[in-house]
Ligand binder design. Structure first.
Ligand code: GAL
Length: 365
């Protein structure tokens, strides 16, 4: 039977990085800075619902659903912001970025973490927000937001670093050797110790042993942290580490392959793309080693004009991971594009990314 819906419906059998990607209703997908949860044989893509004017959250977090990763059905706004004037922490006009959802088998709750900036405060709040739901497609209930692990020291910070008396006023000029040394030695950790550590760009990772981690840009976006979550995913255990101090990593996307942990990140240049980085570890709680840009070929120096957001393990395929990135359009944020690429491995087992104008899942066979 002919229907309007069918006439508009998209039916993809390949990925087209950077092109407009329509949902099954024929409407461009609006799920930026996103992440994907695999649950009940289905992929759920969560992301920022962007508007045409600015980066503020006027609606909330969206969810799309797919069984083949090509065709996505819009499940709507699953975490809604509160109305203007409500005074709530997630009042319309706040900033909600990089939402990620995981499922807790023990509590049977879907747990969403996101980067939250309070309305009218620019990027000063640097908080992580938490919302939960009984159903994957929501509605998600906002629980709280805050900084991370107040009153707790990172496991890989020495006693000497913890007790140092150096403060920002001793090293006022950024990017000098003295300043680098001070940041490396925990300048901002000590400053934020009482109130908790800053948390901006972020992702979540559930390990094979079910231990779960929040990975976030902290310390004025200078240093990444990995913080372990409690069994119910609702809080932190207090165990956390700093990685690549003063390395200026944003946009963390983590995956595990053959026992090794790989983190793809970007540098910090706002909405402008820059060369990606690769960090590798045998143990998620460190040591992490930084490697150069894993992108090869033309436009590798801008990560193919994009910035990482998540890495999707493809189900039922061996060693198959999709690098998920955003091509931001800050002048018209809703027109930001998605760049999804297959992760390849070289002979040393190191991941690399090579641009494909069009590709499908058979690259993994
Ligand atoms: C980017 C970051 C985005 C957003 C933006 C704001 O570097 O990855 O998530 O925060 O900066 O300028």
């Amino acid at each position: 039977m002919f229907s309007l819906l069918a006439a508009n419906a998209q039916d993809y059998s390949s990925f087209h990085p950077g092109e407009i990607w329509k949902d099954t209703d024929g409407v461009p997908i609006n799920a930026h800075g996103g992440g994907v949860l695999f649950y009940n044989n289905t992929y759920y893509w969560f992301g920022e619902y962007k508007n045409e004017k600015n980066n503020s959250a006027e609606h909330g977090v969206t969810c799309y659903k797919s069984t083949d990763l090509y065709d996505w059905e819009n499940k709507g706004i699953v975490l809604e912001v509160d109305p203007v004037g409500s005074g709530s922490e997630i009042e319309a006009g706040c900033i909600i970025e990089r939402p990620k959802v995981i499922y807790n088998e023990k509590t049977r709750k879907f747990v969403m973490y996101f980067h939250l900036e309070l309305k009218g405060k620019g990027y000063d709040a640097a908080r992580v927000g938490l919302a939960i739901s009984d159903h994957v497609t929501g509605p998600y209930k906002y629980i709280r937001s805050g900084r991370v692990n107040p009153g707790k020291w990172p496991a890989n910070m020495t006693t000497k670093q913890r007790e140092s008396k150096i403060t920002s006023s001793d090293v006022e000029k950024w990017w000098t050797p003295e300043w680098y040394a001070a940041v490396n030695n925990g300048l901002f950790i000590r400053r934020d110790f009482p109130t908790g550590q800053m948390s901006r760009d972020m992702t979540l990772f559930v390990d094979e042993d079910a231990k779960t981690y929040h990975i976030y840009s902290s310390e004025e976006n200078l240093t990444l942290h990995i913080a372990e979550l409690t069994d119910d995913y609702m809080d932190y255990t207090g165990n956390y580490i700093r990685i690549d101090p003063a390395g200026h990593n944003e946009a963390p996307a983590l995956f595990k392959h053959q026992g090794k942990y790989f983190l793809i990140t970007s540098g910090c240049t706002g909405w402008d793309p820059n060369p990606a980085r690769l960090l590798v570890a045998d143990d998620i709680m460190g040591e992490w080693t930084r490697y150069p840009n894993p992108c090869i070929g033309e436009n590798s120096e801008t990560t193919f004009f994009s910035q990482s957001t998540y890495i999707i393990p493809v189900q039922d395929k061996k060693d198959a991971y999709i690098f998920m990135a955003d091509r931001w359009r800050p002048k018209n944020p809703v027109d930001g594009r998605y760049v999804w690429l297959p992760v390849f491995f070289n002979e040393e087992g190191m991941p690399f990314l090579d641009y494909q104008e069009e590709w499908d899942l058979t690259v993994f066979d």
